[in-house]
Design a protein around this ligand. Sequence first.
Ligand code: GDP
Ligand code: MG
Length: 162
Amino acid sequence: TKPTLAIVGRPNVGKSTIFNRIAGERISIVEDEPGVTRDRIYAQGEWLGREFNIIDTGGIEMSDEPFMEQIKHQAEIAIEESDVILLIVSGREGVTDADEYVSRILYKSDKPVILVVNKVDNPEMRSDIYEFYSLGLGDPFPVSGAHGIGLGDVLDEACQNF
Ligand code: GDP
Ligand code: MG
């Protein structure tokens, strides 16, 4: 069976943008389940001939739960259902409390986590990634989901961990 890549992170960091980039055109229809939004959350991905499933846990809305509970729940889904987790953060906003909270949950799991710093839209912004070493998840990977920059390195790393 194919390995699964899960995308985790607080709202507005660019999870859906990155999900759509990785999925390309090969996005499947989401079941209309109670409690699940109609956002596209499952797709197929492929990188250098390697096929995998992708889950955008940010599309799974649990609107009754407080904010921190929602992202905790999303991280738990990722830990249970995936082989490799992409934690998305934003180079524009820097490290937030929610980033630290979800990092601690992921750190305690045995799953490989790739720390992806999104919104690094130009080379001058690459120095914005260093503060994310404080999350304790290893080397941050700078990307721009909007411009499609840096995702190849992330997918190389993901495939090495499948
Ligand atoms: P999500 O809530 O984590 O799924 O985030 P979205 O993918 O919906 O993106 C949130 C906002 O960030 C949108 O306005 C996107 O256009 C913007 N965004 C996403 N990726 C980038 C990026 O690489 N650079 C910049 N500047 N904006 C981005
Ligand atoms: Mg989204």
